[in-house]
Design a protein. Sequence first.
Length: 329
Amino acid sequence: MATYVVTGGAGFIGSNVVAALETRGEDVIVIDWLGKKSKWQNLAKRRLLDLAPPEQLFERLDSLPEPPTAIFHFGAISDTTETDVDLIVRNNFGLSCRLWQWCADHEVPLIYASSAATYGDGAQGWGDGEDLAYLATLRPLNAYGWSKHLFDRWAAHRVHFQMPAPPRWAGLKFFNVYGPNEHHKGAQRSVALQLFEQISAGQSARLFRSGRIDCPDGGQERDFVWVGDCVEVALWLADGRHPSGLYNVGSGRARSFADLARAAFSTLGREPRLEFVPMPPELAAKYQYFTQADISKLGNAGWSGRPLSIEDGLRRYFEDFLGRPDPYR
């Protein structure tokens, strides 16, 4: 039986990876903080080999009788409104560098979470290559995105100059992910979950007004991707069927927030009612009006998956999880 380590394994995407690994019959070690709220429920149905806080990561790794089959490094401070940049850098960059080196020394594959936030406003495109000159042109709009980009550049630099690296590695640039086990994220929960709550309570769907004359209210577009599609990509990459590198993980198609809201109303059998509210000033200056993953690199590497549309993804999310007494995976 294989053993996998998942940092951030009690978080949103991480706990879905843990569930998929358990379904395959694998042993899983989760590295995460649980805190004092509901995050533990993301793991309540799981059988775990071990569970430890991040400060014990390397102690637990070194105590294993043999190195794990692969490490999924999804632990990070992902709150885009976090203002303690030193804290963000310690967690999102420093720990990632140490883990990269450990995986290189012990010849363990590493699959880590990057982010579409690394692309900033998208002015330089959405290319998921490792070209050092291209990476240097990207300008993330917040400290979270910058910390992820900092590590992407660090890893790409080491590989370019043939410095020690894991035998296989992949940095996953996740776009706008939605799905079960995100309740603990508070204000950072996906718009899909917020829409379900608003519509179920008989309210209008509240969307941001646009601050640009070339974009109507609710016309801001995102690449919304079902978490199950992200998990399938992550496991496929961990199984070694790919060249190492950075990979976009999205649906490959941008859809507007208004489209998402109308799909949510339709799924719940309600007539659509949209309300447009002012965008907070602190967000307006750093707002992405468009994101769309170019997933051709995944396809060229051999990935043959077909990401769900928002209509199919919302139907699965609402009917299989949010519409039930136990919404957790």
